[in-house]
Design a protein around this ligand. Structure first.
Ligand SMILES: *Cc1c(COP(=O)(O)O)cnc(C)c1O
Length: 275
């Protein structure tokens, strides 16, 4: 797409399988997530594919019948358990973790959003698959692992812009730097985060964002916020004329209903390019 005098190309790439790739060396892995969590879904599929036992700790109460994400996770063999909201907030405290270990045995626990050093290294593999025909790469930011990795994997002279989907995302600057230090010993200086496109906060929306998502046929929680932000920065002249922008589309607008026979529950495969 030519917008004014910059070029914007969308690249489809699911980030959760990348975040899991280097985390799969454990026999039993536990992850936390909401009832529609992309991480829960990706971990269930990857566990099935790689022979890893998986446990999904879901925020809130059990609702039957299971929604498509959790039904898929179950079909892949993931064990599901639930934490009320208060306990979920304390999920990384020793008392909650000890309780989970008493129930499920010794487990490797993924942090919120799956963002750890191994996840950063997995996401850092994306830029090498994208050639070099771009100046700026844009992605949504939830917990920051994806931006931390993409920025770390960039060739010289390129930069990354993350778009926070959280309200009050200022802490993400330190978080992304921390994740890069954890993975590589130092943080890079080639990224920034836009904080003004959260539309009310995580999973919140507005009529304007809904209309944008419908018009562009993109997923709302992450992708629409990023893409709206990219269009807005272009409109405001924040990019030099001729800038080549790649936007990483990390999810599809509708949840594909997958059986656990399709390896990851995602429509994965080669990155697909769209103009
Ligand atoms: C998890 C997720 C993100 C955010 O990734 P972080 O590494 O947590 O910042 C972006 N898009 C989609 C679709 C996701 O599921």
């Amino acid at each position: 797409m030519e917008l004014g005098n910059v070029r914007l190309v969308l690249v489809h790439d699911d980030n959760k399988p990348r975040k899991l790739k280097h985390n799969l060396g454990h026999p039993r892995i536990l992850a936390f997530g909401g009832a529609y969590s992309n991480l829960i879904r990706a971990l269930a599929g990857a566990g099935r594919e790689h022979g890893v036992e998986t446990i999904g700790v879901i925020r809130g109460e059990e609702h039957l019948p299971l929604n498509p994400v959790l039904a898929y996770a179950r079909a892949c063999g993931m064990r599901l358990t639930y934490l009320d909201r208060a306990a979920y907030r304390r999920k990384h405290t020793p008392e909650v973790l000890d309780r989970l270990r008493a129930e499920f045995g010794e487990v490797f626990v993924l942090p919120e959003g799956g963002s750890n050093a191994a996840a950063v290294r997995g996401c850092a593999e994306l830029p090498a698959e994208l050639g070099d025909d771009y100046d700026v790469i844009c992605c949504p930011v939830g917990t920051g692992g994806t931006l931390a990795g993409i920025a770390a994997g960039l060739p010289p002279g390129r930069r990354a812009i993350g778009f926070s989907v959280l309200k009050g995302g200022g802490f993400l600057h330190e978080e992304v730097a921390r994740l890069q230090r954890q993975a590589y010993g130092e943080a890079t200086a080639n990224w920034s985060i836009e904080l003004g496109y959260h539309f009310g906060g995580y999973a919140r929306t507005t009529p304007e964002l809904d209309a944008f998502a419908a018009e562009h046929h993109v997923e709302r929680i992450y992708v629409a916020k990023m893409l709206y932000g990219v269009h807005d920065l272009i409109r405001k002249g924040r990019f030099e004329p001729g800038t080549r922008i790649l936007a990483v589309v990390t999810a599809q607008p509708e949840l594909p209903v997958a059986s656990c026979d399709s390896p990851t529950g995602f429509d994965s495969g080669e990155p697909r390019w769209r103009r």
